[in-house]
Write a protein that binds this ligand. Structure first.
Ligand SMILES: [Zn+2]
Length: 304
């Protein structure tokens, strides 16, 4: 089943150099999750031929405008296009009030329901759970309350070892083996020992999103070992002081977090507008963590 993230925007603060502000579309088990919603997000969805009405889950990291000013526009468009099904939004404290004020003063009564969960800042929190997926928030270190998100597949079932003779095993007993059980005959005698017929489950995949944060090793336990880590890298290394003052991260610092968290791949984004050319940022990060890529708009990164 596919597990991929499409970058819709990755510039910091303002749109510049044909780059939009932060937004990403993660797809797991064919379910799309919108992460952050900078002001260009609707246009980017259209450009990438993504149907906005299919999005049922939106996650907002914090209330700096470059991460959510597209949200009220998207909510409004979904209404105008006749949406009926619920929209589930997970965002910072205060977002409910902001949306309510927008809708109140435009005298808009939405023809669908918004279920808005405001996450609690400062702790890891299970935001949503399906049969196969969990999404947690965890605290980042920014100027205002800001959360990262981790999307994980739940542990999978054991796999039948096709190299073993299984043609004679009835389907109900195959299911039992996949569930990790030994299979017994009618007399209670062991018929198929689980470990003789099954292999370990396929690994569960995980994606971590760290929007805006200063360098902080406290986040490492939350993101340890994920397949792909998106981590902001607003500045290059010669602006470490400025990064610390503004609660942002440099290329080198993002590489260090990826290295210490032992992730597989690092995506860097939230590029300062001062950088038109991004390849030097990539090169600098790679001196610390080789498997790094730029989170460029329109690019899609898959986890196999
Ligand atoms: Zn911010």
């Amino acid at each position: 089943m596919s597990f991929s993230v499409k970058i819709l925007g990755s510039n910091a603060s303002v749109p510049a150099h044909n780059r939009n502000q932060t937004s990403q579309l993660l797809t797991m088990m064919q379910v799309p999750f919108l992460i952050d919603c900078g002001e260009g997000t609707q246009v980017q969805l259209k450009k990438n031929k993504i149907k906005a009405q299919k999005i049922d889950y939106i996650f907002i990291s914090h209330l700096h405008g470059d991460h959510y000013y597209g949200l009220i526009g998207l909510i409004s468009s979904l209404h105008l296009y006749g949406r009926k099904k619920d929209l589930n939004i997970y965002g910072p404290p205060g977002l409910k009030e902001i949306l309510a004020i927008n809708l109140k003063h435009s005298q808009t009564a939405l023809n669908y329901k918004i279920n808005l969960t405001e996450w609690i800042y400062g702790e890891q929190q299970l935001l949503m759970e399906t049969q196969n997926i969990t999404v947690h928030s965890f605290p980042l270190n920014h100027r205002i309350p800001c959360s990262g998100f981790i999307f994980r597949e739940k542990p999978k079932k054991r796999r039948i070892d096709r190299s073993k003779v299984i043609a004679d095993i009835p389907p109900s007993k195959i299911i039992s083996l996949k569930n990790g059980n030994d299979v017994f005959d009618q007399d209670g005698n062991l018929q198929y020992k689980n470990e003789d017929y099954t292999l370990d489950p396929a690994p569960s995949r995980a994606y971590a999103f760290c929007s805006d944060t200063k360098y902080d090793e406290a986040i490492i336990p939350y993101i340890h070992g994920v397949d792909i880590l998106y981590h902001e890298a607003t500045f290059m290394d010669n602006m470490t002081d400025r990064a610390a003052q503004t609660h942002h991260t440099t290329t080198i610092e993002a590489g260090l977090i990826a290295q210490k968290a032992q992730v597989n791949k690092l995506l860097i984004g939230h590029f300062s507008t001062r950088y038109k050319e991004l390849l030097p940022m990539l090169a600098e990060t790679k001196t610390i963590f080789e498997n790094t890529e730029l989170a460029l708009e329109g690019y899609e990164f898959s986890i196999d």
